[in-house]
Design a protein around this ligand. Structure first.
Ligand code: PMP
Length: 438
């Protein structure tokens, strides 16, 4: 049955289908970190629905919340009318946000995807400031609708029309934009940003917003230094530019803080949230400081703006993560796993760099025979990366690639991953890298 399904999908679905291409399996059941294929094989899932499943697949608490809502007779679809489920979700969400931000924040339910919340945030700031342009970063990923695409870095994904966007260099210590790594590279990025904005001939109109990820996900798991984030906050605040932080992938404990902004302590003007906040169902919101509540009634609408089941599943997820120490667990286990991955880098020349924050980890694969660049980074080896992903899958491990050249293995396990599962992931990964590099 599995083979027939795969065959039909290959014929009927768009050539652009992504994950189905990377993982030619037909999942029939899933629980926690484990996915079972139609062929009876079991896989440890480090993709977690592109970082969505912080509690893993079908967590009992999430299922119970969904069942309870279904059995209650609550309306499943009500546009954006007031419901008890929405009220409860909003309460759980605001309780989870950094108090300095949440105290004076408003939420707008977008829907249903992360990209919708990015659109809303950009549009809101354009309305609020009366300005047009946006500042975005190299390597950024914000979504696939027109406005979000304009602030996304990938040339493959973005059509020629990119809007009024000024792209700035994201501090990527391994493939450093200025040929200087580490702290100095990040400082140069901040200095460049500041000088460019203040240059009357820099070609940048007063922008409506800056949008950034505190840890780039699709861009290859690149954590920005806290000092750099604080510099961006200062630079935007001094110039009256609203700062939007996209926490679609980094949110809900993923990076070892409930929200990634907490590591640097910055307070953004808006946060874009999706993925984990819906407890595995589609949900997306933009939360922003009240002074930006600039839309007139009807200025931003849509049919599906937070469905009841997703709100119930999301509230249950947010509360479970907070109540069961999963944020600290993400920080602690993530540090241990990253240390083990660093040992792999020291042992295997095809591992160029290992990065991570909490349980958001990346392993950058390189061609050790190539010539190092100014920062010592070796050339990317996309063919090797595909072989490693395939070798992982053969060993029962689902790991997706990301990054500029699709050569970064991205590990996004659920925060509920056990020590034994973490060991198994690391063993299978090491074995797969060694086998593929041979
Ligand atoms: N922002 C970030 C940081 C993301 O990682 C993603 C999805 N990977 C998005 C926005 C877009 O979310 P969606 O795919 O739900 O539109």
């Amino acid at each position: 049955a599995g083979d027939a399904i795969l065959r039909r999908q290959r014929i009927r679905e768009s050539a652009a289908r992504t994950y189905a291409r990377s993982f030619p399996i037909v999942p029939v059941r899933a629980h926690g970190m484990t996915v079972e294929g139609a062929d009876g094989r079991r896989y440890l899932d480090c993709l977690s629905g592109a970082g969505t499943l912080v509690l893993g697949h079908n967590h009992p608490v999430v299922l119970a919340a969904i069942r309870r809502t279904l059995d209650s007779g609550a309306p499943l679809h009500l546009l954006d009318l007031a419901t008890a489920e929405k009220d409860d979700f909003t309460t759980a969400l605001f309780e989870s946000l950094p108090p300095a931000f949440a105290d004076r924040a408003r939420v707008h339910f977008c829907g249903p995807a992360g990209t919708d919340a990015v659109e809303a945030a950009l549009k809101l700031m354009r309305t609020a400031t009366g300005r047009r342009g946006a500042l975005a970063f190299t390597g950024a990923y914000h979504g696939m609708t027109a406005g979000a695409l304009a602030v996304t870095g990938s040339v493959t994904a973005a059509p020629p029309a990119r809007g009024d966007v000024t792209r700035l260099p994201y501090p990527y210590p391994y493939r450093c934009p200025f040929g200087v790594g580490g702290r100095l590279g990040a400082e140069l990025s901040a200095t460049y940003t500041e000088r460019l904005l203040d240059d009357p001939s820099g070609g940048v109109d007063a922008p409506a917003a800056m949008i950034l990820e505190a840890v780039q996900g699709e861009g290859g798991v690149v954590p920005a230094p806290d000092d750099w984030l604080r510099a961006m906050r200062r630079i935007t605040a001094e110039r009256g530019i609203p700062l939007i932080v996209d926490e679609v992938q980094t949110g809900v404990g993923r990076t070892g803080a409930m929200w990634a902004v907490e590591h640097s302590g910055i307070t953004p003007d808006a946060m874009v949230l999706s993925k984990a906040i819906g407890g595995s169902l589609p949900l997306a919101v933009v939360v922003y400081r009240e002074e930006y509540d600039a839309w007139q009634p009807g200025a931003h609408t849509g049919t599906f703006r937070g469905n009841t089941l997703a709100m119930a599943a999301g509230a249950a997820t947010l509360r479970y993560v907070a109540a069961h120490g999963l944020v600290a667990r993400s920080a602690e286990l993530g540090a241990r796993m990253t240390a083990r991955l660093a040992a792999l880098r020291d042992r295997l020349p095809v591992v160029g760099d290992v990065r991570g924050r909490g349980l958001m980890m990346g392993v950058e694969l390189v061609d050790p025979a190539g010539t190092p660049d100014a920062c010592g980074a070796l050339p990317a080896d996309p063919a090797l990366a595909v072989r490693v992903r395939e070798a992982c899958l053969r060993r029962g491990l689902i790991v997706e690639l990301g990054g500029r050249h699709d050569t970064v293995l991205r590990l996004l396990p659920p925060l509920t991953i056990t020590d034994e599962q973490a060991e198994a992931v690391l063993d299978r990964l090491a074995d797969a890298v060694e086998a593929a590099a041979r």
